[in-house]
Design a protein around this ligand. Structure first.
Ligand SMILES: *[C@@H]1O[C@H](CO)[C@@H](O)[C@H](O)[C@H]1NC(C)=O
Ligand SMILES: *[C@@H]1O[C@H](CO)[C@@H](O)[C@H](O)[C@H]1NC(C)=O
Ligand SMILES: *[C@@H]1O[C@H](CO)[C@@H](O)[C@H](O)[C@H]1NC(C)=O
Length: 261
């Protein structure tokens, strides 16, 4: 009886990890209700135009678009905020209207390039691409080469962790010493992958969000730059999945050594 409880407990944890990871994978693949709320990172640029206007004492026209379905990366205008998932990103003009990029495996987190490619360079006398290149210092947020490489590596870690979590759960259903052993090993290896993937994302977001405290202008007359990076629920979901999977390893290991089925 104690053994059955142990099996049930391990299976629930492995199943929970698998389901959590599936949610993490669907984040931002389209703008329907559930994917829309799940993102790894949010970049809110809604105050950037105001910051430019204050720094130049000139109105900033044509920087943003109000058209939620305007094409991405086509100089069609900046959106209010951008949310990034594991396969794609979506850009929103308000809480309800937005458009998503095409999905691709190992999607690279390159927020600066994405913002710049939405800015129009000829909407007014001000060329916003050139201005942004001049005013935003070369900090991690702009380092697309580093961010692309690390986010791609993190993607593969999370993908392998997801496959391992599913193997761990399904193997444990078979209820045999060998399959419990497979479950415990799969849980151990895949929780390590998830740990690495979640750590990479935590580190790159902690570095990227140094842009939040940047200011435009002189010390006497400075305005916040108005670009805010924040961490989204998908990263907490991956951390939670890691915790579940890591915890399931212990009962799986106990049962594989003691099960007399
Ligand atoms: C973006 O930032 C502005 C100003 O800080 C805030 O009012 C707005 O709610 C933010 N939008 C989102 C979606 O976080
Ligand atoms: C969001 O933007 C779209 C497109 O501009 C507009 O049709 C819609 O009314 C806006 N919704 C809200 C809540 O502001
Ligand atoms: C918004 O952009 C789409 C795609 O470019 C275009 O078909 C549509 O006419 C635009 N809507 C408005 C109101 O400009």
């Amino acid at each position: 009886m104690r053994g059955e409880l142990c099996v049930g407990f391990a299976s629930v944890l492995a199943l929970a990890a698998t389901i959590l990871l599936i949610f993490a994978h669907v984040g931002q693949i389209n703008t329907s209700n559930v994917p829309r709320g799940i993102y790894l990172a949010k970049v809110n640029v809604s105050q950037y135009g105001a910051a430019l206007a204050e720094a130049f004492l000139n109105p900033v026209d044509g920087l943003y678009t109000d058209n939620g379905s305007a094409p991405l990366q086509a100089s069609a205008g900046l959106r209010q905020y951008y949310e990034f998932g594991l396969y794609s990103y979506c850009a929103y003009v308000n809480e309800t209207a937005g458009i998503c990029s095409g999905t691709t495996a190992a999607f690279e987190f390159t927020p600066y390039d994405i913002l710049i490619s939405d800015m129009s360079s000829n909407a007014s006398a001000l060329d916003y691409k050139t201005l942004s290149d001049a005013f935003i210092p070369f900090i991690t947020f702009r380092d697309s080469h580093y961010l692309a490489q690390t986010s791609r590596a993190a993607y593969y870690m999370i993908l392998l962790g997801t496959i391992g979590a599913a193997i761990s759960f399904f193997s444990g259903i078979a209820k045999h010493n060998i399959t419990f052993f497979v479950s415990s090993v799969a849980a151990a290896i895949s929780s390590l992958f998830l740990l690495i993937g979640a750590t990479i994302w935590t580190v790159i977001l902690n570095r990227s969000d140094s842009i939040n405290s940047l200011v435009l202008g002189s010390q006497t007359n400075s305005t916040p730059l108005g670009i805010q990076v924040s961490t989204g629920p998908a990263l907490f979901i991956v951390w939670a999945a890691f915790a579940c999977l890591f915890a399931s390893m212990i009962p799986y290991f106990i049962i594989c050594c003691t099960y007399r089925g």
